[in-house]
Design a protein around this ligand. Sequence first.
Ligand code: ATP
Length: 203
Amino acid sequence: MKETGKIGIIGGTFNPIHLGHLMIAEMAQETYNLDRVIFVPAYHPPHKHEDVIEARYRYEMTAAAVMDNPKFTISDIEFKREGPSYTVDTIKYFKELYGEDKEYYFIAGTDTIQDLPNWKYIHELLQLCHFIGAVRPDGSAAIEPIIQFFGELGRERIHLLEVPLMQLSATDLRARLRTKRSVRYMIPKAVVQYIAKHDIYKK
Ligand code: ATP
């Protein structure tokens, strides 16, 4: 199929990656005809210090999760960088790699979209890429006020995406793993196997 020149990027801690992440990436890919969606595991998320397992594990789990989808790929740009990554630098990196002429779409859930006013260089970032805000449970009213907050730029660059609601969060899944409850059908099979093999999320 002819390429559209649109590239999706989904950033996250992916601690661990779950079907909520994969589902919003798939819905965004389909709705916006994205040529590919790049999963970018964060090295050191500024707001999440505790409970985040080593970047190498999160990277490998994410790689295992996206492997069977030809439109999905993974980048190690943020975990290779020393120190915290700002999304604006990550987008600039992809612009250099794939070209200025492409359109970039950052895919995120409502909690992330709500936080955008606090992001560093957010105005510059909104000039560089679009945001696709996928609604999370209880988040349906959350995106519109953020679009309004950024005025014209917000209306041009932040798009609401209705997706099937999935009450899944990595926090809940870590709790399940710690207490040896099932995560089957919530985390991809390859990732469940990886977790067992590497004996992670025990405490
Ligand atoms: P945690 O529970 O550890 O905060 P998380 O499940 O929110 O993790 P992240 O890696 O922080 O996972 O999320 C990456 C992106 O995916 C974020 O923009 C988040 O809003 C979005 N996301 C995560 N889970 C869902 C879900 N169930 N539905 C829609 N979006 C989601």
